[in-house]
Design a protein around this ligand. Structure first.
Ligand code: GTP
Ligand code: MG
Length: 128
């Protein structure tokens, strides 16, 4: 069965959106297979987002992800990787459709509440 890595980012935890995010994945029908609250160290944040290392916003992204605790989760189900990306919505919350997590709950790309793996391979890597 397919698995994906979903992470509620520091803004989502601080704003009290943990239950809301989990609820959306539960209601869709996916199965929660792992969960922990975790303060991500800088080196692991850089590894997680290594594909974005050349971007101008990379230092800000690392500061953001390490600014407070995150909720790390694995979710299982048929087509969960692509479906989770749909539930989460576009990277820029102002372009995310209403009904999606970012579309309903956020306004800034740099404070977009949640991360979801972009492929089954990255899902496996990120859960590890
Ligand atoms: P993730 O699920 O977090 O990986 O988001 P994504 O797959 O929708 O976007 P991407 O992997 O391209 O970028 C990762 C994260 O970097 C985004 O979720 C944003 O938090 C941040 N990011 C991307 N583009 C920008 C940008 O132009 N400015 C800022 N400040 N942050 C950005
Ligand atoms: Mg991404």
């Amino acid at each position: 069965v397919e698995e994906t890595y979903i992470m509620i980012k520091p803004d989502g935890v601080q704003r009290g959106l943990v239950g809301e995010v989990i609820s959306r994945f539960e209601k869709k029908g996916f199965k929660l297979t792992g969960l922990k609250l975790f303060h991500c160290p800088k080196d692991l944040a850089e590894e997680h987002y290594k594909d974005l290392k050349s971007k101008s916003f990379f230092p800000k992204l690392i500061d953001y992800i390490t600014s407070g605790p995150v909720v790390c989760m694995s979710w299982e189900g048929i087509g969960v990787v692509a479906s989770a990306r749909k539930l989460i919505g576009a990277t820029n919350p102002l372009q995310a459709e209403p009904g999606t997590i970012r579309g309903d709950l956020a306004v800034q790309t740099g404070r977009n509440v949640v991360h979801g793996s972009d492929s089954p391979e990255n899902g496996k890597r990120e859960i590890g």
